[in-house]
Ligand binder design. Sequence first.
Ligand code: IPE
Ligand code: IPE
Ligand code: MG
Ligand code: MG
Ligand code: MG
Length: 297
Amino acid sequence: MNPDVAWPIWSRERAQRVEHALEQALPDAGESPQALHAAMRYAVLGSGKRARALLAYAAGELADANTGAVDHAAVAVELIHAYSLIHDDLPCMDDDVLRRGKPTCHVAHGEAMALLAGDALQTLAFEVLAKSTLPPAQRQAQIALLAQAAGSRGMAGGQALDLSHVGSSLTVTELERMHALKTGALIEAAVRLGAACGGPLDRAQHNALDRYAAAVGLGFQIVDDVLDVEGTAQSLGKTAGKDALQGKPTYVSLLGLDTAKERVATLRNQAQQALLGFGARARRLNELADWIVLRKN
Ligand code: IPE
Ligand code: IPE
Ligand code: MG
Ligand code: MG
Ligand code: MG
């Protein structure tokens, strides 16, 4: 697809913005222990689509948030995401050697440093939120929200389900729960954190945003599963064809490519329906829903 359509100027600017904020948040590579700080910077900086940061900024715009206030949330979700990728690639998990177009963190920096880099990125995410400029009550709520999304009832729990079902088939309901946890939870957190940086929304608006985020979160992982089949290492920047090789339960393995794509189209519709009441304020979230389902990497 045409990259200009997929990646509007707004997204490019916000991706650059979060890159700069991440660079500021991370310890300098020269600071001791250098090996750990180098591994952290290696895993976070320089690439990655920054989808979660963009969702936080877009939700912030919907809620009239100051962009500077959203930076902390955007950085925090990207740090948690980068940590989850480092650990996801470890030999004890998906055992991957390629990520974001370069050797995975444990291949480049060794398993021990990769493990520790993941640990330290996770705690850094909470440090960033704890030190944000938001009023204390909002800060506390954001920390609790991200902790829940990353933990055993969120991303880590979803990863546990993923690993414990290798080689076994799941029902669609079980599969969607696994996807909603391992990928959806952090995407939902990104949207909520961004919105929480702005003016108060009423309950109906919060529910609408949650419906949007749930649809986009599930859609994101189904697209990832489709791209694992249809993409190449070069287009994805990570090894293709691994899910089938490792016997991972995915939407594609369960229902086939066509049904997976139909499901993604339905989710895109659901996401955009959920935003109708917001009108033009939801422009960026709408664009991101399009991009997330149409992306090729
Ligand atoms: C990959 O996430 C892992 C999933 C949760 C599907 P992304 O596709 O967002 O990876 P990056 O950040 O762009 O590398
Ligand atoms: C990863 O899912 C989800 C995470 C929480 C990191 P995958 O294992 O499918 O992600 P990729 O394909 O390695 O990026
Ligand atoms: Mg995995
Ligand atoms: Mg993986
Ligand atoms: Mg995958």
